[in-house]
Write a protein that binds this ligand. Sequence first.
Ligand code: HGA
Length: 612
Amino acid sequence: MCGIVGYVGGSRSIEVLMEGLQRLEYRGYDSAGLAVQPGEGRLEVLRRVGPLRELERAVAERNGGFGEVLAGIGHTRWATHGRPSEENAHPHVGGDGRVAVVHNGIVENHAELRKGLERRGVGFRSETDTEVIAHLLAERLEGGASLAEAFGEVMEMLEGAFAVAAISADEPGTVVAGRRQSPLVVGLGEGENFLASGVPALLGFTHRFVLVENDEMAVVTRSSVELRRFGGEPVEREPFEVDWDPEAVELGGFPDYMSKEIHEQPQAIRATLDGRLGEDGMVDLSEVGIDLSGVERVVVVACGTAYHAGLLGKYFIERYARVPVEVAVASEYRYSDPVGDPGTLVVAISQSGETTDTLAAVDAAKGCGARVLAITNTRGSLITREADGVLLTRTGPEICVAATKTFVAQVVALDLLAMELGRSRETLAEERLRELVGELRLAPERVQEAIESVSGRLDEASALFEEARCSLFLGRGVAYPVALEGALKLKEISYLPAEGYPAGEMKHGPIALIDERCPVVALFGSGIHREKTLSNVQETVARGARVVAVAFPDDEEASGVASVVLPVPRVPETIVPLVLTVPLQMLAHEVATDRGLDVDKPRNLAKSVTVE
Ligand code: HGA
C-alpha cells in the first residue's frame, strides 16, 4: 500500500516519476504528489487529492514544465492516518519547505514524536503520521547534518514499518531512501538511478536492481548508489537482473487489467507447473530445499484471497499426504502464541511477498521452531528472504487489486506441494500420483475452455444482480473455498454484500437473507458434494431465490434449478476448483462494470497490504 518512487538523473525526471506512479497506482489512489529539485537550491511540491489523473492534469497544466529537474520523489497514497485530502497528501515538507519526504507504512510512535516537535515550536500542517519525519529531518539539517546523516538518525527514531524517501533543496541531485519491513528497491541506470516500492514500477526504464534490506538506506545520485545501515556502516550488495517483460504490465488490448489477468490464467498455470512435473509422471519440488518427509503437521497462514487458496490446500494436503492441516488468517496467527516444532511446516502465502501480517506470521512461526515454506509471486520479495524454502508462482505481475491469476497459481502450487508431500510420506501410491499429475497437466486447457464457455452468458447472469441488495455463494467440499473466493471477488469490486457459505450450513442462518433480491450463486462439482448442494439450492429456490449455477454442461438437474447456467468443462476433482473459480471472477467483473465501477482500483483497497 502506498507507492513511492524516486529518480536522479537527466532530463526525463518528470516522465520517470509519473510513469513510476502510474505503475504503482494500484497500491493506493487517495492522493498523489511529487517533490522535485528544479535547479540548485530549490524544491517544488505538487500534490492532488484523488486518483493519479488529477496530478497528471496538474503537471500538464504547467506549460513551462519544471525546467531541468535534477532529482525528485513521488507518492501515491492509501491513507492510514488522516483522511484523503491535499493537506494529507505526500510529499510532506519540513521546516521552511527545504526538505520533502514520501512514506509508505505507519510510524507507530508518531504521536509521541509529534508532541516533542510541538514542544519545540514546530507547527503541523497535516494529520498524517508521516509529517513528523519531515520535521525531524529539517531539525537535523538546520543543525548542520547532511541529508544522509540526518536521514539515518531519524530512521532509527521511528517505530513501525516504513519505507521513506527524501530530498533536500540544499543537496541537489541526491535522493536518500530507507526501509524497515515495507518494500523498497533501487533501480540502476546509466547516468541516472531510480528507486521504487516495487520492481514493476521501473521496468520501463531498467532491469537491474539492488535490494535495500531492513534498517538499511540508499544514498542515490545520478552516478552512484551507496548502501548503508541506518547507523552508518557501509553495506555491499550485488545487483540482480529482472527478466519480466515491461509489456507484461501493459493492457495489451484488454479494457482493464482484471480482464487481462483472467485471460492470462491458462498461461499462469502453465508457467507455475513448468519444470515441476517430470517426464516420469512425478512431481519435482526439489527446488524448495526443505525435507518434506519429516512433516507431521501443516499450518497455512495467509490473508484474503491467498487464505482461500490455503483452504483448498488443506483439502488436497490432507487427502494426499494424510497430515493434519490448519489454515489461519495471518493477522490472527501472528498474535496467537502459536504452537510449532520442526515437524510443523508453515506454508505462508502472499502474492506480493510483502504482506505485513503474513511476514509477521512467518516470524512467529520461526519463533516457535516451525519450518517455513513461502508461496509467492515475487522473486526477491521480503518473504523469500525470511522463509526456509520458496515455491514461486510464475504469473508475471498482477496489477488489478482483486487477485485472479495469482489465486489459481497458488492453488496449483499447493496442489503440487500436496502431491510432493504425499510422495515423500509414501501416502500416495506411485500409480495414483501419476494419475493426479496427468490431471493437473490438463488444467491450462480446461481453464481456457471455462473462460470461453462462460463468456457468452455473463450478461444474463449479471442481470440477476441489477436490483440485488445482497447475494449468497454456496458450495461444498472443494467448491466451498471457491464460494468464499467468489463472494470476496464480488464484494471487492462491485461493493455488493456477498456471503460465501458451505451449502449445508446455509440453513443455520443465511437462508434468512433469501428473497428475489438475494441471488444465489451455486457451485456444483461432482459426487456426493454435488448431490447435497443440489438439495440445498432447491431449498433456496423454494424461498424465491434466483440462482446462477456454475455446473458441468450435462448436469441437467443443476440447470433445472437455475435461472442462468454458467457451464464449465467436466474435469477431474483435482482441477474442479480452478474451473469453478473462473466464472465467478468473470461474473464479478461483469456485475462491477455494469455498475460503472473501476474494477482495477476498487475503493478503499490497495494491492499489497503493507500495513497492519
Ligand atoms: N501513514 C501514511 C502512509 C500510508 C501508507 O503507507 N499506506 O499504505 C499516510 O497515511 O499517509
